[in-house]
Design a protein around this ligand. Structure first.
Ligand SMILES: Cc1ncc(COP(=O)(O)O)c(C=O)c1O
Length: 372
């Protein structure tokens, strides 16, 4: 690993200010880990470099054909002062699946984990330790071949960026409001909906812009064929809490290629089962959502993702309806699951599922080749 860690470092006062009020990705750290891939030679060694702009040829294939994928994962300060990556192997495998879908180079899990650990160690001073805070790592890979022609690129550049953050909707987890997107759709089966590719987010921005102009926080996407089945938000999965005579039940839409397989979603399914809450991955129509909110059977709804953590959804507007979920405030199941998740992330609850990886141990083991 070439070490560009000797570049100018941010002064302690600025880092302290970033820790006091990080917002979401307002402050980048001092470094970036860069990995280049080219056909024939494969992946080069990761290189730790000072954060900064880089040059790109206007013919670079990402600019024309859109081969661009990314991930988002977090490093948490632990009670003993160490730092731990959360479910880094799962993020690495999802990035490789996104790469496969866009015919890009798939990065081996060990290399991805090593890049994250190198960055977290180099920028350790940036990892905040306040409640709800973390270091957000954004791995980004773009096609970088400088020659026009509609084919998969022969060169890729992967960059790992980092930012001290708080949950993207704020630290108080106030309920958000969502609206369906009219005629627009985000994904169809067989398309790229499951991949974390830039094009999915570009395709979501028109609806989001209009939703925000109407006073909503986010778009609630429906399936692309019938525009009937609830899928996800533009950057989060959704869950429903239903109540009937036998108690409460948690549901979330199935992953059938049109939604991102959220790692937070997977954690919450696991934690709900651990807590004895019945869970099911099943389709929910927008009509059932509206009926449930109106009749009181749908008692809670929440959205989840690495950036937002777990945030209640208090209001849902559709073509023709505008309903409040429960009493519009956060419900007990939402709060309980978020507490269970964040307790593990911050090291104050036992990590029974092995989701945390100490960054220094991780680095030592990948460097000596003893990595699992
Ligand atoms: C479209 C979309 N859905 C769901 C998620 C939630 O995924 P995760 O919990 O792995 O962050 C994300 C965020 O990555 C996303 O962009």
């Amino acid at each position: 690993m070439s070490d560009g860690g000797t570049g100018p470092r941010t002064d302690a006062g600025t880092i302290a200010r970033a820790h006091r009020d990080p917002g979401f990705c307002r402050f980048h750290t001092d470094h970036v880990v860069v990995l280049e891939w080219s056909a024939g030679t494969g992946w080069a060694e990761p290189s730790l470099e000072p954060y900064g702009a880089f040059t790109m040829d206007p013919a670079a294939s990402v600019l024309h054909y859109g081969q661009s994928i990314f991930e988002g994962l977090k490093v948490f300060r632990q009670p003993d002062g160490s730092a731990a990556l959360f479910r880094v192997g799962d993020h690495a495998r999802r990035m490789a699946r996104s790469a496969w879908r866009l015919a890009m180079a798939e990065m081996p899990t060990e290399l991805f984990q090593r890049a994250c650990a190198e960055l977290a160690v180099a920028d350790d001073a940036w990892i905040p330790g306040g409640p709800g805070q973390s270091l957000y790592i954004r791995p980004l890979m773009v096609a970088n071949e400088s020659e026009l022609g509609l084919r998969d690129s022969a060169r890729y550049r992967c960059m790992f960026l980092a930012y001290p953050v708080e949950p993207c909707f704020g630290r108080d987890f106030a309920p958000i409001s969502v609206t369906t997107p009219g005629d627009l759709v985000r994904a169809v089966r067989g398309g790229t909906g499951e991949a974390k590719c830039a094009g999915n987010y570009a395709a979501s921005l028109r609806a989001r812009k209009e939703a925000v102009a109407r006073g909503f926080h986010e778009v609630l996407w429906l399936d692309g064929l019938e525009r009937r089945w609830v899928e996800e938000l533009s950057g989060m999965n959704v869950f429903f809490v239903w109540r009937d005579a036998s108690g409460v039940r948690l549901t979330t839409p199935e992953c059938r290629g049109t939604i991102v397989r959220g790692i937070t979603r997977d954690c919450l399914l696991t934690l709900a089962r651990d807590a004895g809450i019945p869970v099911s991955q099943e389709p929910t129509s927008i009509d059932a959502l509206v009926d449930g909110a109106t009749s009181g059977r749908l008692v809670e709804m929440f959205a989840c993702g690495t950036a937002a953590v777990v945030v209640p959804v208090g209001r849902v507007a559709t073509d023709g309806h505008d309903v409040t979920v429960g009493d519009g405030r956060e419900g007990p199941v939402t709060a309980r699951l978020r507490d269970a998740l964040t307790g593990i992330q911050h090291g104050v609850r036992p990590d029974r599922h092995g989701w945390l990886r100490n960054v220094r141990n991780d680095l030592a083991s990948v460097r000596t080749g003893t990595h699992r």
